[in-house]
Design a protein around this ligand. Structure first.
Ligand code: ZN
Length: 230
């Protein structure tokens, strides 16, 4: 009886105070959504998850033993992509991270890829303390839950505190030299793992992480990010 009453109250609450689309402010009558269907369908998908090999693999990771590389959205094609990232990272809107996680899981399923686990690119502990959370963990945990596979947010450790790479014009590869270490307390079984980050630009961060991970025998690696920024 209490469950029915709670559901009724929730329905009334949703009608009086509906969720609003972050882009166009129209009411959303669906739980756990951040965009209305119209705005969601207008997000600029890259469709790289359906290409084998993907253009990103050929452009940025040709010299790396990486199976597949894809990003969900093109940064430059919609101001909405930038504002969603801003909402998530700097306004702490965790619903956006969960939305990205669900989209990532859907695209992995659509591409018929199977992974044995998802590994998140970590923040340096100082930056994580300042922000309060790592947005990549929100995305990764949500995607891994949907796919029923484990998420490892601590498998890689960021041991070097680097400046924000978006503000760096110098050689990012040199700055990220020895920036990541593998957490030896976590043992991964052999298999295919997906390394994820929020933004892919030059690929320097993901290359530094994959260099560490490729030291492990029996590990196949693919890469996915939410946004590709030219
Ligand atoms: Zn909308």
């Amino acid at each position: 009886m209490f469950a029915n009453l709670f559901r009724l109250l929730q329905t009334v609450f949703d009608l009086v105070f509906p969720l609003r689309c972050l882009a166009c402010q129209s009411a959303i009558h669906a739980p756990k959504k951040v965009l209305c269907l119209y705005c969601e369908l207008n997000l600029p998908l890259t469709f790289f998850h359906l290409m084998q090999p993907s253009p990103l693999k050929q452009q940025l990771f040709a010299a790396f033993p990486i199976h597949q590389v894809f990003s969900l959205y093109v940064f430059e094609e919609s101001a909405l992509v930038e504002s969603l990232l801003y909402e998530m990272k700097y306004k702490g809107n965790r619903s956006v991270g969960l939305f990205f996680g669900q989209k990532l899981a859907s695209l992995i399923a659509e591409a018929q890829l199977h992974f044995d686990g998802i590994i998140g690119v970590p923040l340096h502990p100082k930056r994580k303390r300042k922000r309060g959370f790592n947005q990549v963990d929100l995305i990764g945990e949500c995607a891994a839950n949907s796919l029923n596979i484990p998420y490892y947010g601590n498998f890689l450790k960021r041991v070097k505190h680097t400046p924000k790479l978006s503000q760096v014009n110098k050689d990012r590869t040199a700055i990220l030299q020895d920036a990541f270490r593998i957490n030896s307390r976590i043992k991964l079984s052999k298999g295919h793992y997906l390394l994820i980050d929020d933004i892919l630009t030059t690929g320097a961060t993901l290359k530094a992480c994959s260099r560490e991970m490729n030291k492990i025998d029996g590990l196949c690696l693919s890469i996915a990010t939410i946004v590709y920024r030219n």
